[in-house]
Write a protein that binds this ligand. Structure first.
Ligand code: AMP
Length: 283
């Protein structure tokens, strides 16, 4: 497995693979890889014969007070994990390679970036959609793989690709969890032992929601109150939002009538964690 750091080298490698008739899969990541990332590579292996993993901690998606500087970076371990899982090449550009001059051109998706994480992270999705557009233009994959873990991100990227007629397919893969239910995340590394123990309450709250919906509860305010009680079992958890939204428009839902995305964001100390499930009242 090769690692390249320049746009010209990844373009050459992809051009060669395309000329050999291979289907190109891209797995965009910020590194500090875990089993969630590897599941995207595994999924890519089922449909693609040349898999590019990009590793780039994208500065434009971090707010000024966020964790860009301390974001976990462990390139050698990432390389070993990619190799073992069967990636063909890592594209790990520097900031200068991706943003050689002041970036004046931004890709923004309206409306669906305003709710949920967009409320507290106003520039975040602009950074994500801009860097993904750049990665799609650089790598020109046939398919790109994203995790349901970042549900809003996946919906925003799918919408951008549809609106802009970008010539690739977006595949969204299920959330990989720790044995206690905590969604895997590079940011879990920040948690203290106590915080880590309590972090599974996010998932427990989502499971409680799922149970209530399957028992016929449809009122989101009622469900939210119970979910807040679950999170309230830990003093370490400060909920940021528990939202019930339409899976396409991401507009808030008062009464669950069919499918709904139930999304949680909460702080454990300075660490912000997110998780979600999709519930279906129509079943
Ligand atoms: P990140 O490195 O955090 O930017 O994540 C890179 C990709 O991995 C994104 O598409 C994430 O949604 C996905 N991802 C992160 N955590 C998980 C997880 N626990 N399960 C599945 N996919 C994940």
């Amino acid at each position: 497995m090769e690692t390249v750091t320049t746009i010209s080298d990844i373009r050459k490698a992809v051009a060669k693979a395309k000329s050999d008739g291979k289907t190109i899969g891209l797995v965009p990541t910020m590194g500090a890889l875990h089993a969630g990332h590897l599941s995207l590579i595994e999924a890519a292996k089922t449909k693609c014969d040349f898999i590019v993993v990009s590793i780039f901690v994208n500065p434009t998606q971090f707010g000024p007070t966020e964790d860009l500087d301390k974001y976990p970076r462990d390139f050698e371990t990432d390389q070993a994990m990619c190799k073992k899982t069967g990636a063909d090449i890592i594209f790990a550009p520097t900031d200068k390679e991706m943003y050689p001059i002041q970036n004046l051109t931004w890709v923004t998706v309206e409306k669906i970036t305003e709710n949920l994480c967009g409320k507290s992270r106003p520039q975040h999705f602009r950074g994500v959609t801009t860097v993904c557009t750049k990665l799609f233009n650089i790598v020109q994959p046939d398919l790109a793989y994203f995790g349901q873990k970042d549900a809003q991100q996946a919906i925003v990227i799918q919408r951008m690709v549809a609106d802009m007629n970008m010539p690739l397919e977006i595949v969204v893969c299920p959330i990989i969890r720790e044995p206690d239910g905590l969604a895997m995340s590079s940011r879990n590394k920040y948690l203290t032992n106590d915080q880590r123990t309590d972090a599974c309450l996010l998932y427990k709250a989502l499971i409680e929601c799922e149970k209530m919906v399957s028992n016929g509860q449809r009122n989101t305010n009622t469900i939210r109150t119970i979910m807040l009680d679950v999170l309230g079992r830990s003093k370490n958890i400060t909920p940021q939002y528990i939202s019930f939204v339409d899976c396409q428009t991401l507009k808030n839902i008062e009464v669950i009538e069919s499918k709904a995305l139930v999304a949680i964001a909460a702080n454990l100390g300075k660490t912000r964690l997110i998780d979600n499930i999709i519930v279906d009242a129509g079943i």
